[in-house]
Design a protein around this ligand. Structure first.
Ligand code: RFL
Ligand code: PHB
Length: 391
């Protein structure tokens, strides 16, 4: 098989890139390790920056998002038993975020890909990448017991943190930066009305909690948990009790509980690989960088990488090499700002046992300063809505 761009991974980065390229007349094939049903069963991000919403519109998949996405103009910070509103809209010069699940984004992109008749190969277990230091790279995999090969112009590595693309880069050419946090998030989804109209981020002596949502009837809640915890140790009752204990009295009273329809644990990590291009192999999204979910930046960074990659590949086929040459540095400038913000939100809101009582006091002082200082809240607001593509 021959295509212009072979895209590894059918997560939001790979599918969005495929759609944008297709609309420019650039042929592409997507290869995905997992089944389509598995990809759609993963519950992940929920908060989209305006730049991500705009890009999904350009890809022609903005219709349901416009109709069903929930615009949010503020968040609440809860500490010392009280909640404080951050006026994201007012402090960011009129910007907002949209709550719309990653699962829905993926669904819309898969439907558009299918409607356009584009090739997506699911459940391909053994993808390997070759010759990306030449003008004609190839991707190999097995199908029906036979080795298959795709010859292409470019390989886009959109296969997440554990994917094969970054791992295929020759040793010594990649610089990585990493911080692993000593805790995780336990998340549940439930068909119950959200406890508040806006997201609540909680700093509590027992640990962080987050009240989020997917719709007016579906809630997404998280509590900070230990890395040693096991999912079976967390019954629904234990989860709801723990969440209630971390909320202020009024929210705890109002919390509506019900059976979980999904429950999962995720470790927290900050990670950046540099650069993002190796000849004809380009990395985008979680394949190149990971942020802890506290700032809601992961999916948005994947979308901004895709924006730059779409411009770079479009430029190449129009005869301009500049955009591709600058792809890595353009992405990384934005990535590092989001890494800083996500690390900061994580440090401010979680319990770090190794920091002791001194660390906890510093967190309280910073939270008090934050809600009293317009300057500090403005900084939070402008990062939360996203710094824009040229930042
Ligand atoms: P993905 O979504 O991981 O997709 C990669 C795809 O590649 C496939 N793959 C392979 N395919 C072929 N061959 C191989 N060898 C392969 N190896 C892997 C995988 O099966 C998968 O389908 O990466 P992508 O597309 O870069 O998208 C990134 C986002 O998924 C991620 O950044 C966000 O989910 C992070 N995130 C959040 N981001 C936000 O912007 N806002 C949020 O509110 C937010 N909340 C979250 C989050 C992530 C979370 N978890 C579970 C880590 C909340 C949580 C709890
Ligand atoms: C989510 O709804 O999954 C979510 C929202 C905000 C975050 C992280 C996750 O900061």
């Amino acid at each position: 098989m021959r295509t212009q761009v072979a895209i590894i991974g059918a997560g939001p980065a790979g599918l969005l890139l495929g759609q944008l390229l297709h609309r420019e007349g650039i042929g592409n094939v997507v290869l995905e390790l997992r089944s389509q049903a598995h990809v759609l069963s993963r519950i992940r991000a929920g908060v989209l920056e305006q730049g991500t919403v705009d890009l999904l519109g350009k890809a022609g998949v903005g219709q349901r998002l416009q109709a069903e996405g929930l615009p949010h103009r503020g968040i609440e910070l809860c500490f010392d038993g009280s909640r404080h509103r951050v006026d994201i809209h007012g402090l960011s010069g009129g910007k907002q975020v949209v709550v719309y699940g990653q699962t829905e984004v993926t669904h819309d992109l898969m439907n558009a890909r299918e409607a356009a008749g584009l090739t997506t190969l699911y459940a391909v277990p053994d993808v390997s990448l070759h010759g990306f230091d030449t003008h004609q790279p190839t991707v190999r995999y097995t199908r029906d017991g036979k080795e298959q090969e795709i010859v292409c112009d470019f390989i886009a590595g959109c296969d997440g943190y554990h994917g094969v693309s970054r791992a295929s880069v020759p040793p010594g050419t990649l610089q990585t930066y990493e911080r692993v946090y000593p805790f995780g998030w336990l998340g549940i989804l439930s068909d119950t009305p959200p406890v508040s109209d806006e997201l609540i981020y909680v700093n509590h002596p027992r640990g962080f909690a987050l009240c989020s949502m997917r719709s007016k009837t579906r809630s997404r809640y998280y509590v900070q948990c230990s890395l040693d915890d096991k999912l079976d140790g967390w019954s629904d009752t234990r989860f709801w009790d723990e969440l209630r204990r971390r909320l202020d009295a009024e929210a705890a009273e109002r919390l509506v509980t019900g059976p979980s329809i999904e429950k999962s644990m995720a470790p927290l990590r900050s990670f950046v690989a540099e650069p993002l291009r190796f000849g004809r192999l380009v990395l985008a999204g979680d394949a190149a960088h990971i942020v802890p979910p506290t700032g809601a930046k992961g999916l948005n960074l994947a979308a901004s990488d895709v924006h730059f990659l779409w411009q770079a590949l479009g430029g190449h086929y129009r005869g301009s090499a500049t955009e591709l040459e600058h792809y890595s540095e353009r992405c990384l400038a934005r990535v590092w700002k989001a890494e800083r913000f996500s690390w900061w939100m994580t440090s401010l809101l979680h319990k770090f046992p190794e920091n002791g009582a001194f660390g906890q006091r510093l967190q309280q002082a910073e939270l008090n300063y934050l809600v009293q200082s317009k300057a500090a809240m403005t900084s939070l607001a402008e990062n939360y809505v996203g710094l824009g593509l040229e930042a």
